[in-house]
Write a protein that binds this ligand. Structure first.
Ligand code: ATP
Ligand code: MG
Length: 596
């Protein structure tokens, strides 16, 4: 391809809308074009990159027994109602775009395809003899993200590879899950990115294993915690650790203390000369349940710990056996609109009575009370007294008589000691989630009544796994991990072209004819080659070549008359002035070696 025919328009200035390097570089290099918030066009160079990633994914998944298919993006609401996900995905903060067709039937635009695939397999596969199967597709997904940002990292329309496996038993599911794990490692390694596998949250289903693949990068939205011996790695949403030991309180009798205007843990600590680990903090929250109910919660956690919202949602969901749509702090405005009197925020204790909910118009009238292990284990502590400007000192759980459900609700953090070995300490890194594999179990097959006949002639719901890769996110994550101040340094396996031949001065007949000749020779050898034949200044062309990040550059310049060209490796800037033959030999050798 000739750069003069490529529709290449690069940009020197950093686009104001882009916060992170990869987003800026893809915009500046003309790879993507923003159409609207979270909606991008993939320009021809980008499409080449996406196709390269697609081929690597297809190759590895096919080798592991995957069958490629293509499923409809328009999905009837009935299927999502059957699986119980319609309201969670469309109401409130739900991310499914949805619409009505001309007959008034409700449809959703596919954010994921568990429902569709379960219906298809349920109607196609009848016997254990036809199992296991592993289907996948590569397709545009739609998600009305609450905060689309960072270009292709979190967009509202993006390309995903999603795969689903079906099994007659759990062991078979586990074995395919393991194969997918291996295939994913190969895919990321072949795509030239460094990705780590971490334990991930598997939602409210509980028990089932789930792993995310993270491309490590400072701009990553996820926090990963890894033990010093690298034996444990988890997304913070899921991570477990040992909390530090609390500092015991000095001996003393239970009493009420005056704490004027001391509402936060920090204020209490500085005014009362306490350590935060001696205090129990109580959070009053309101949960929206998938059946529309609003459930008040009281959460007790040690004062030096933070609440992990994902753990809370899972605990609540397991407790009530329903999906939880959101959890938010209760505000004075909300109390008012419920017709409730003002609560003593900042002084609420774990034993704050249910009677405070009696007059509620819409909320359930009993708190669900959860207590984090760190709080449950405290023998003697300070907590709110349920009256403004007063706290209880030197109390214990027997005195409070509070009925609590004890669970792990705290955020693990860097510096904590590890559960698998208390001598190991957690350290943190940031990551971009590029893939997610998941043992779904039978949640969808049971809900959608998808079953097969087992060896004993009995109908049984399928065991399922699902496996996703964000193809477009992965392309941008590769840039985030591989760039410098001048531009992108594509890993060669996913670069739009392997080499760019730059004719420094197109008015120079020798340069021009040599450049054209080398271009044709490379093409004849099946090298993916770009020729910069534009009548621009050499400096402009070099800057563009650096920006768009083609791994190899062959410069045909002043030395062309003397039979020499310059070979430049983009990533390292290593430059060699070589005889033409030598340069071509070295280039071909490097490129062929990188293809295996
Ligand atoms: P996230 O936690 O980042 O929102 P997710 O866990 O909801 O992602 P999955 O449902 O696991 O995403 O989707 C599979 C893969 O699709 C993810 O691992 C990610 O690489 C990609 N992906 C998800 N949402 C987006 C998005 N809005 N834009 C681009 N890629 C996405
Ligand atoms: Mg995920």
């Amino acid at each position: 391809m000739r750069v003069s025919r490529l529709m290449l328009v690069t940009q020197r200035a950093v686009p104001a809308e882009a916060e992170i390097a990869s987003h800026q570089l893809l915009l500046r290099g003309g790879y993507i074009k923003r159409i609207s918030g979270g909606i991008y066009a993939y320009m021809p160079l980008m499409w080449l990159v996406l196709n390269k990633i697609t081929r690597i994914v297809q190759n590895e998944i096919n080798k592991a027994g995957g069958l490629q298919t293509l499923l409809p993006q328009l999905q009837p609401a009935e299927l999502w109602k059957k699986s119980g996900r319609w309201s969670a995905y469309t109401a409130g903060e739900g991310i499914m775009f949805n619409l009505k067709d001309r007959q008034g039937r409700l449809l959703g635009l596919g954010p994921t395809h568990e429902e569709i695939i379960t219906k298809i397999v349920g109607e196609t596969i009848f016997s254990y003899k036809q199992l296991p199967i592993n289907l996948y597709q590569i397709q545009t997904k739609f998600r009305d993200e609450i905060r689309p940002r960072f270009g292709l990292m979190r967009s509202r329309e993006f390309i995903m590879k999603d795969g689903y496996s079906f099994h007659s038993n759990e062991e078979c599911l586990k074995s395919t899950y393991q194969n997918m794990n291996e295939a994913y490692k190969q895919i990321f390694a072949r795509s030239g990115v460094q990705a780590v596998a971490v334990d991930a949250d598997s939602g409210a289903i509980g028990g089932a294993a789930s792993q995310e693949f993270m491309v490590t990068a400072e701009s990553g939205e996820d926090l990963i915690l890894t033990s010093t011996d690298n034996k444990y790695s988890a997304n913070q949403e899921k991570a477990i650790s040992n909390a530090t030991d609390p500092l015991p309180l000095d001996a003393g009798e239970p009493r009420i203390i005056d704490t004027p205007n001391q509402k936060s843990i920090e204020e209490l600590c500085s005014e009362q000369l306490l350590e935060s680990s001696q205090i129990i903090k109580v959070l009053a929250l309101i949960a929206l349940i998938d059946n529309g109910q609003k459930q008040p919660l009281l959460i007790s956690i040690r004062g030096d710990q933070e609440l992990n919202e994902v753990k809370l949602i899972n605990a609540l969901s397991n407790h009530i056996g329903r999906g939880v749509i959101s959890v938010n702090q209760i505000t004075e405005d909300q109390l008012q609109s419920e017709g409730l009197k003002v609560w003593p925020f900042g002084s609420i204790g774990p034993d704050f009575e249910d009677s405070h909910l009696m007059a509620a118009k819409h909320w359930n009238k009993k708190f669900i009370r959860f207590c984090d292990f760190t709080a449950a284990e405290l023998k003697c502590f300070i907590c709110g007294s349920n009256q403004l400007d007063k706290h209880k000192s030197h109390v214990n759980w027997t005195l409070l008589k509070g009925l609590q459900i004890t669970v792990d609700l705290r955020k693990a953090k860097a510096g904590d000691s590890c559960v698998h070995d208390p001598n190991q300490i957690l350290k943190e890194k940031r990551g971009i989630e590029v893939g997610h594999i998941f043992q779904l179990g039978r949640k969808y097959s049971q809900a959608l009544e998808a079953s097969f006949t087992n060896e004993n002639g009995i109908q049984e719901a399928f065991w399922m796994g699902c496996y996703g890769i964000g193809i477009s996110r992965l392309a941008q994550a590769a840039v985030e991990q591989n760039h410098d101040e001048a531009g992108i340094c594509w890993p060669i396996s996913i670069a739009p072209f392997e080499v760019i031949v730059v004719i420094a001065n197109t008015k120079d007949i020798d340069q021009k004819s040599l450049g054209e000749k080398l271009y044709k020779e490379l093409q004849a050898k099946n090298i993916e080659v770009l020729l910069d034949d534009r009548p621009e200044r050499a400096g402009v062309k070099f800057k563009d070549a650096d920006l768009i990040g083609i791994p190899w550059r062959l410069v045909v310049g002043r030395d062309a008359t003397a039979g020499k060209v310059e070979l430049v490796k983009r990533a390292t800037r290593e430059t060699k002035l070589l005889e033409i033959k030598e340069a071509m030999q070295e280039l071909l050798q490097e490129i062929f070696a990188s293809r295996t």
